[in-house]
Write a protein that binds this ligand. Sequence first.
Ligand code: FCB
Length: 465
Amino acid sequence: MGTNALGLKGFLTVSILISLALNLGLSHSESLQIDSGLDVASSNFSSSNDTQELRRSDFPKDFIFGVATSAYQVEGAVGEGGRGTTIWDTFTNTPGKISDNTTAAVTADQYHHYEADVELIKELNMDAYRFSIAWSRIIPGIVPYVTLYHWDLPQPLEGNFGGWVNPEIVKHFTYFADTCFATFGDRVKHWITFNEPTQFCVNGYGTGLHAPGRTSDRTLSSSGNSSTEPYLAAHNVLIAHATVADIYRSNYKHQEGRIGFTIDCDWTEPLSDSEEDKKATERRRAFQLGWWLDPIFFGDYPSLMRQYVGDRLPQFTEAERSLLNNSLDFVGLNHYTTRWVTSQPLPLNPAQSNPLMDQGVLTTGVDEFNNGTLPIGDALKDTRRVNYYRDYIISMHQAIQNGADVRAYMAWSLLDNFEWAVGFTSRFGLYYVDYTTQKRYAKDSAKWFSNFLQYEDAYSEDRRH
Ligand code: FCB
């Protein structure tokens, strides 16, 4: 694909993800966008759905298939183009924070390969690309689905005044978002304000495992309060989302785009039939989905959260409530797996707690060993990933048949990339990246998508018009 087809020359960053749009029993205009993917390198696995033949033409004509990434994870070129430092640069440069002691200073170097990477997306027969714009600097006929905040806060906003914990962050984020709407809004019609806020609020300010690494655990950080800061950060994220959605709807209506956010939520089931485990499962869902959706659709945090977090959970003012009300045109749902839930005792001292402990739950699931150093020949034969995607898409199709309002599906990820705290030990891509030469190689899963998504009949002719 030539430069012209990229459409978004101005963006200096690109990133990959999988998204679905589903209806969670909200109103008709709301849909869910789900990101999913598999980080296993390869294994021989047979699918339960081998006999099922599903094709793109089984999906509605306007259904969107795409891939996803985020700026810090794939872009590299951290010292180029006037880019500022972000909290992930600082965090990855701190010894002991990343399991393989790497940084994403180069990673998949999409900053220099974005045109070729958009070719790959075309090769996959995908319609869309979900990437994030690096806030600390300001790309891609593929439809852009743009994430405004995928975890890379400019370092001065953290260091000088406390990042997401300080309500002042709202005006800074609003200024950034407004600049993006004004600059790219003529070409971008799908805006995602935040990616997985639970992750950066809980891990950035609670467990300390992600940037900026604040936590009460003094073996990990000299500052932070895990029992309050994640809730304060989340509160400011919600207000920032609502403020930006209001500005987009008020000042950029003529751009005729849609605005939403993406939250992560694995499906959960109680491990046993006990009442305790059933209740624990409800709490888990309240802390994952309700934390973000209840304030927007019901005007407050879930009552279960209020009960378990008490005074540490901030209150909304009337003005904030009305700003938040229905501030989503769609909901993106990042979903990878299902987990079992068991009830756990609450911490005796709430001051020592964090949102994971406050829920009083323990989750278990199947964690796959993800071998980022597997030889390329083996890594390209990613049979298990092919089966994962095929079975996932078959289930999604069944859900649509059963009435779920799913509008789009984005696969994480286009390329192998920097996987946050586990560095390069994990390879989520449809394309294998040789980090020495920056050459991309199609895995079997890339070939599967390209084949599954090919336009072959009257359906595609119709779709193109
Ligand atoms: C997604 C995150 C993305 C990456 C993948 C594996 O949900 O948003 O940055 O970590 O998980």
